[in-house]
Design a protein around this ligand. Structure first.
Ligand code: ADP
Ligand code: MG
Length: 395
């Protein structure tokens, strides 16, 4: 039993006075490379991290068709009738969800899963605990979706496969919460494997594990959480999506996946400067993902440093989704000897990662912490992660 499992079990007992039928969990993720490419039908290379969200879930013994959710993050549980879910969701564009926002993740999963599987669903109680940092770009949202979807898939006998459960999570996030995110996070949390990243084609949803060999190469991946909170349902993320759609329309293609590096000179002639730079980020980032997969296979993880650094520069200068805290983390890690570093996740805050020699963890961490203090930023939260297993039943 991990501490998070214990917490979820205790919360379940407080909520219901019973033992749960089981524990299901799903991890957060780090995206190694491939940012803002998912909703452009492109390529991504995320891996699941050891931090997990746990759902302790039990079918209601009284047969009442209601879903009740509680989380250690929320003061009050939220309860709705199952036959009300179709009335609550989807949330109208631009409107607040009909339930507290955090509850729209698990309840949106219940709604989307029942629809996808064509099952009615029985009444359930769900208690959620997590050690995934929230709003840090490590996808606590996909973790809560993945844990809930795995549990309900089993308890409702829905029989959906992992890719279908990822789609359920995405639908909950897009249509119940109203955050216009792509499919990467949900696929990463559903398909994660130890010591491998998931190479995902976001158009076909074909995925395959790519061995990373981090620990066996004497390396480590440092997560530098800036503690600057980001929000996907508002502002910049949505604007970037719109710029990508505009760019694809100007190029006369369904999505930027269909634009190659060789097409960029033509794109530059056709577009305003801002749209062009958004397009250039996505097009070159897709290529960097493919290059990273190839280099990992041919030369191993030590050889991908330049690709990570180029990805960060593209996000900072072309896509303009970095913030000073992320740039400071990346620049300082590199000066302190990191092999590569980049911001990870949607941007506007959240975390950066650095690929480092395992024995440099302390030196790099201290350098970044000192640089944050010098710059007058709040203290970062720095820790290492290893690629870990995906969602599933734990007990
Ligand atoms: P990220 O996925 O990078 O952590 P998001 O903004 O996408 O950030 O998702 C964070 C939101 O997900 C939180 O504000 C909360 O609404 C919800 N959430 C995540 N984990 C939990 C949890 N354990 N309990 C309740 N809500 C959660
Ligand atoms: Mg998220």
């Amino acid at each position: 039993m991990t501490a998070v499992n214990d917490t979820a079990t205790t919360l379940f007992a407080e909520l219901t006075g019973r033992e749960p039928d089981g524990l299901w969990s799903a991890p957060g993720r780090v995206n190694l490379i491939g940012e803002h490419t998912d909703y452009n039908d492109g390529f991504v290379l995320p891996f699941a991290i050891p931090h997990r969200t746990v759902a302790a879930v039990g079918v209601r013994p009284d047969g009442v068709g209601r879903v009740r959710v509680a989380s250690t993050f929320a003061a009050e549980p939220v309860e709705v009738a199952i036959d009300e879910l179709d009335r609550l969701f989807p949330t109208a564009a631009g409107a607040e969800p009909a339930v507290p926002e955090w509850a729209a993740y698990p309840l949106g999963v219940a709604w989307a899963l029942a629809q996808a599987a064509g099952v009615a669903g029985t009444g359930v109680d769900i208690a959620i605990a997590s050690d995934v940092p929230v709003g840090a770009g490590l996808s606590s949202s996909a973790a809560i979706e993945g844990a809930t979807a795995s549990a309900l898939n089993d308890l409702w006998g829905a029989g959906l496969d992992r890719t279908a459960l990822a789609r359920v999570g995405r639908r909950a996030e897009n249509e119940a919460v109203g955050a216009p995110t792509g499919i990467m996070d949900q696929m990463a949390t559903m398909l994660g494997e130890r010591d491998a990243a998931t190479f995902l084609d976001c158009r076909s949803l074909e995925a395959r594990p790519v061995p990373l060999r981090i620990a066996e190469s004497g390396l480590a991946i440092l997560v530098m959480d800036t503690r600057v909170a980001h929000a996907h349902s508002t502002g910049g993320y949505r604007e970037r999506r719109e710029a990508c759609e505009r760019g694809a329309a100007i190029m006369g293609v369904p999505s930027l996946r269909d634009v190659s590096v060789a097409d960029l000179p033509r794109a530059e002639e056709l577009m305003d400067d801002v749209t062009f730079r958004r397009v250039r980020h996505v097009v070159t980032e897709n290529q960097r993902v493919l290059d990273t997969v190839r280099v990992l296979g041919e030369k191993g993880p030590r050889a991908i440093g330049e690709l990570l650094v180029a990805s960060h520069a593209s996000m900072r200068d072309d896509f303009e989704i970095s913030v000073p805290e992320l740039d400071t983390a990346v620049d300082t890690a590199l000066s302190a000897g990191a092999i590569g570093a980049r911001m990870t996740g949607g941007g506007f805050g959240g975390a950066a990662i650095a690929l480092i020699e395992a024995d440099a963890e302390r030196a790099v961490s201290e350098a970044v912490t000192a640089a944050f203090a010098d710059a007058g930023f709040g203290a970062p939260h720095i820790f290492t992660v290893l690629p870990s297993a995906g969602a599933g039943r734990d007990a």
